[in-house]
Ligand binder design. Structure first.
Ligand code: PLP
Length: 391
């Protein structure tokens, strides 16, 4: 029987029954840069930690197992992973990228990849016909689903049919749902990207990134690139992410349950114009999410009545922290216009619907009652400040 994803976060089937490392239950941290060779022309399998390190290798096996890939590479951050990925492409190559992406990815594509001669078409992959943007130089389609922060949902299998027909790559940034809720390789993607800093690490304490593939040819090319460019994840950080992954399942379930409660509460507030969360049946991506994912995640975006109201909420939260990032045990609130998406050109931001009254919540695993109490106070006090009557 195939194991459940929650079990796979804790146990690696391929190493089961082994009693190496003195039986240590927690995988050891191999804090070493280099390795002695047993004899001339021989190797233990490990030569130098830029190429391979046992702790990083263990994490990579776990990630490959969670995403049903043949190989996973662990890098020093999500952006290091995406930067490495871009080394697969050469000047004059063309990529189709989703119009709504993580701000750092947009910055990389706009300011670094373009300088290197790579061309991009920005497409709303969830509603536009991706195929019509493919030309004879197109090498890949790059998407997130749900997107950050507008939570647009793209049908992965549908786009995969198109990329396979044209023999180009489908790359999916799966950070928002984590492998616990969604496995893009199973739906036809060729490479999955993760910011391990988010749900995988889960504690807002470590940066990490991943590239996972189910194609051995891509694995070989990426392995050559990681040893050449050198952004592999350090041993201690690999261990911290390994530890984080063990509780991925219960964290995702609890964060999602909290997010559903908060979304329902927000919908009842007069000062809220719109709650954008794919677990709400009115969300345009709800049915696709039900088909292609095992859950909806815990990221939600709210349009409030005004910029002043949004800023006042940010001023008033205490336990909920006004901070960038997401996916940790702590609930965080973000103001995309000046934080995560500040470097995204204003016209792109507006086109995507990111306004000065947009707030993004990364719901954590605190007690739901305390989160609702905190939000209730922030929203009420804000109303008083704005001279609007209490409910
Ligand atoms: C945070 C994030 C990244 C970048 O990852 P870092 O670990 O911060 O470098 C990429 N994609 C998404 C969706 C993210 O949320």
């Amino acid at each position: 029987m195939a194991r459940g994803i929650g079990t796979k976060c804790i146990h690696l089937e391929e190493t089961e029954g082994q009693t190496t490392h003195y039986g240590a239950i927690s995988y050891p941290i191999y804090q070493t840069a280099t390795y002695a060779h047993p004899a001339v022309g021989e190797s233990t399998g490990y030569d130098y930690s830029r190429l391979q390190n046992p702790t990083r290798a263990q994490l990579e096996r776990v990630m490959a197992s969670l995403e049903n890939g043949v190989d996973a590479l662990a890098l020093s951050s999500g952006m290091a992973a995406i930067s490495l990925l871009m080394e697969l492409f050469a000047p004059n190559d063309h990529l189709i990228i989703d119009a709504d992406l993580y701000g750092g990815s947009i910055r990389l594509f706009e300011h670094v990849s373009k300088k290197n001669g790579i061309q991009f078409s920005r497409v709303d992959c969830w509603r536009e016909d991706v195929e019509q943007f493919i030309n004879d130089r197109t090498k890949a389609v790059y998407i997130e689903t749900p997107t950050n922060p507008m939570m647009n949902v793209t049908n992965i299998a549908k786009v995969a049919n198109i990329t396979k027909k044209h023999n180009i790559l489908l790359i999916v940034d799966n950070t928002f749902l984590s492998p616990y809720f969604q496995n893009p390789l199973d739906l036809g993607a060729d490479i999955v990207v993760h910011s391990g800093t988010k749900y995988l690490g889960g504690h807002n304490d470590t940066l990490a990134g991943f590239l996972v593939t189910n194609r051995t040819d891509l694995s070989e090319r990426l392995r050559f690139l990681i040893k050449t460019t050198g952004a592999g994840l350090a041993p201690l950080d690999s261990w911290l992410i390994l530890r984080g992954i063990k509780t991925l399942g219960i964290r995702m379930e609890k964060a999602q349950a909290n997010a559903i409660r908060i979304a329902k509460w927000l919908k009842e507030q007069k000062s809220v114009i719109k709650v954008i969360y794919p677990a709400l049946p009115e969300h345009p991506g709800y049915d696709i999410m039900k088909q292609q994912a095992r859950g909806f995640g815990a990221m939600l975006t709210v349009q409030v009545e005004s910029k002043e109201f949004a800023l006042a909420v940010l001023e008033r939260v205490r336990m909920i922290k006004y901070a960038e990032s997401l996916g940790g045990v702590e609930t965080l609130i973000t103001y995309p216009a000046t934080q995560t998406h500040a470097d995204v050109p204003a016209e792109i931001r507006e086109r995507n619907g990111i306004t000065e009254s947009t707030l993004r919540l990364s719901v954590g695993i605190e007690d739901a009652e305390d989160l609702l109490d905190e939000l209730g106070k922030a929203f009420k006090a804000t109303k008083a400040v704005n001279g609007i009557k209490y409910d």
